[in-house]
Design a protein around this ligand. Structure first.
Ligand code: RIB
Ligand code: CA
Length: 310
């Protein structure tokens, strides 16, 4: 099994990524850390606790991460996920407590305690991962790699150049992409192809459990924002960072040298991929560019059904 630490800003797609991670027999989830992004840290932390309660996986340590980026002014995206960050269906009240340590310190503790190197799976701004790397460089050898949702070689979404997770904390992203650690990057190039159609929502709902109804309602809520933008389905970004570890065979991946722009007037937060090798630099990331969408949706439906099997 692959040991992983999850980190995100739930967020409907973070929630589905975590549901998939816990349902994946390939993964051993060692802990979860929250970060601000889709909502305030208070809300993403509360959502983290509610998601873990909902999934019934309360044995895993949870910690609250960074409230704000390393140096940038905070950006919070209420428009996509609602004020709570996880608007839509009612969820059980949180019944799991937080570890007392700050998120990056829980990550450090879990790395020290692990018999084997651990993958970090961030699906929000990279502040916690960067904080860990800056505070504990001696623990890099205990990190197997970083499988992240973020960036976009060919476009942004929050600005024309920058994807939201990277834009929120470009300095943190630069720490990650210059860390020398193995990086799997699930950026918009692949996640915009990882869309879930309304007909797929009904496949999820047809699983027939209360959880299935909640996930279908999450998908419908998340889709509402995108439908108004002309999308045929909901681009469920974050679970692709999990699939990159559990089912890499359904992805098309290309090694690329990726730099994070931190000073551009129009391009701050861009992940600049050296597609033609112009820099002469060796690749520092394996970038997902394509996905078998049907296989992806099947994995999500199967993951929801996993919980119903008790
Ligand atoms: O740009 C998409 C990313 O921003 C996803 O991780 C979504 O949850 C939001 O955090
Ligand atoms: Ca996210």
């Amino acid at each position: 099994m692959i040991p992983v630490i999850l980190d995100g800003d739930p967020g409907h797609d973070d929630a589905i990524a975590w549901l998939l991670a816990f349902a994946s027999p390939e993964l051993d989830v060692r802990g979860i850390v929250s970060v601000a992004g889709n909502a305030s840290l208070e809300n993403t932390t509360h959502n983290m606790r509610r998601i873990v309660t909902l999934l019934g996986v309360g044995g895993v340590p949870l910690a609250q991460g960074a409230a704000r980026p390393l140096v940038a002014q905070a950006i919070v995206a209420h428009s996509v996920h609602g004020t709570s960050g996880l608007d839509g269906p009612a969820l059980p009240e949180a019944a799991v407590d937080l570890d007392a340590r700050p998120g990056a310190e829980l990550m450090a503790h879990l790395l020290r305690e692990s018999a084997e190197p651990v993958w970090l799976v961030p699906t929000g701004p990279l502040t916690n991962v960067a904080t860990l790397l800056l505070a504990h460089p001696e623990l890099k050898a205990r990190i197997a790699g970083i499988s992240l949702m973020g960036g976009g070689i060919h476009s942004g979404n929050w600005t024309p150049a920058a994807e939201f997770n990277i834009l929120v904390d470009p300095e943190a992203a630069q720490v990650v992409f210059t860390s020398g650690l193995p990086i799997l990057m699930a950026g918009l190039d692949v996640t915009e192809k990882a869309y879930v159609l309304p007909a797929d929502f009904e496949r999820v709902r047809a699983v027939g459990t209360p959880l299935a109804g909640i996930v279908a309602d999450w998908l419908e809520f998340f889709f509402a924002y995108h439908r108004d933008l002309g999308y045929a389905g909901a681009p469920v970004h974050d679970p692709v960072a999990v699939v990159a570890l559990t089912h890499p065979e359904i992805l098309e991946v290309q090694p690329l040298y990726v730099q994070v722009e931190t000073t551009g007037e129009y391009s701050r937060g861009a992940t600049v991929g050296d597609v033609f090798g112009a820099s002469g630099e060796l690749p520092n990331a394996r970038v997902a560019l394509g996905i078998d969408r049907q296989a992806y949706v099947d994995l999500l439906v199967d993951a929801v059904a996993h919980y119903g099997r008790g």
